[in-house]
Design a binder for this molecule. Structure first.
Ligand SMILES: Nc1ncnc2c1ncn2[C@@H]1O[C@H](COP(=O)(O)OP(=O)(O)OP(=O)(O)O)[C@@H](O)[C@H]1O
Length: 333
């Protein structure tokens, strides 16, 4: 395995209320993050995702245990050294005054150029690369205030890329973005981890997207436990369900979703594997039916996806009817 970028050993995260008192939120955490890995930290509100990110980024002190960045103890790094190890993208306060986009991205070079911001050729090359990788060239002359949230988030990512650190940490980068922008940003982060290869650590509430892009998930629950593993393993071993089980809302491993509808009506069997069959099952669940897997259902719907028209055949005891839209057979049920 390549050199570890981030390693925590016996780490307890939390807050210091007074000089001696500390309240622990989670731990002990023994975690490793490698180059090229994208890790998503997931968990319910208040479980400690931001606290973990802030602690490994050196923004707040650990209650106990150690954080090691590229072989060096975080607590011993000077601010300038830390800035060459981690770039941090926080969601709050994302607008940065009246600066133009190029200047915001150039701020990523401060660990190298100093606060005077005199950029040499290497700085300019790092900025160009970051702009190209994040697709932000078209915004360079705009004021940061004039950008949409999605555009602004890309610029902040470009700033982090320009900082050229082995680890990029982002706290809820998709908050405030619409669905296409959320997908675009997660895809971009995934690509950056693969192509750079940097280690990327993000906290998010995007369960579905995290399941699709994360190399590993660090799944926190409300009791201070953290389960680390492949997304699929955490689904199959029940960790997902356990972490998010709340007031009758629970994760369904069979569909990878949190079902909104509580099934009350009878079972319906659906035969067919195409797109129409997929959306037929969704429509039935929305209407409160359960999809039968046993073969004992009293209603059977067979879907034939023909080039000219899709046909739904519904069989109940003693009857058989044909329909040409989901609406028609739902009305007949
Ligand atoms: N400065 C602070 N002092 C004491 N407790 C705090 C402080 N900041 C946060 N907390 C508490 O620490 C816990 C973890 O907070 P944190 O913000 O890390 O959770 P989170 O998982 O990021 O939540 P969310 O999903 O809502 O963003 C919460 O109970 C919170 O109230």
């Amino acid at each position: 395995m390549e050199n570890v970028v981030l390693q925590t050993t016996g780490l307890h995260i939390g807050y210091h209320a007074g000089k001696k008192q500390a309240s622990t939120i989670a731990g002990p955490l023994d975690l490793s993050l490698y180059p090229g890995q994208m890790i998503c930290v997931l968990g319910p509100n208040g479980c400690g995702k931001s606290t973990l990110l802030r602690t490994v980024s050196g923004l707040q002190q650990a209650v106990s245990g150690s954080v090691v960045l590229n072989g060096r103890d975080l607590s011993r790094l000077k601010p300038a050294e830390l800035a060459r190890q981690i770039s941090l993208v926080l969601t709050d306060n994302i607008r940065n005054g009246n600066l133009d986009v190029y200047s915001v991205i150039a701020l990523g070079r401060y660990p190298y150029s100093g606060w005077l911001g005199i950029l040499n050729e290497a700085d300019k090359a790092a900025i160009s690369k970051a702009v190209q990788m994040t697709g932000t060239a078209e915004f360079l002359n705009r004021k940061i205030d004039s950008l949409s949230d999605g555009e602004c988030q890309k610029v902040l990512l470009a700033r982090a890329m320009a900082q050229d650190t082995p680890l990029i940490v982002l706290d809820e980068p998709t908050a405030h973005l619409d669905l296409p922008s959320r997908i675009q940003l997660m895809r971009l982060l995934h690509q950056l981890a693969k192509e750079s290869p940097k280690a990327i650590l993000i906290s998010t509430h995007e369960l579905d997207l995290a399941l699709q892009v994360a190399d590993q998930i660090w799944l926190m629950d409300s009791n201070g436990h953290l389960a680390a593993g492949l997304p699929e393993e955490l689904v199959l071993n029940g960790a997902f369900r356990q972490a998010f089980d709340k007031d009758g809302i629970s994760f369904d491993a069979a569909t990878g979703t949190f079902p909104v509808h509580i099934t009350a009506k009878e079972d319906v069997a659906v035969h067919g594997d195409g797109t129409a069959a997929f959306w037929t099952r969704k429509a039935l669940i929305r209407k409160g039916y359960a999809i039968s897997t046993s073969g004992n259902a009293s209603i059977l719907i067979t879907i034939a996806e023909n080039p000219e028209a899709t046909q739904w055949t519904m069989k109940t005891t003693g009857t058989e009817q044909k329909f040409y839209s989901i609406r028609e057979f739902l009305e007949a049920l």
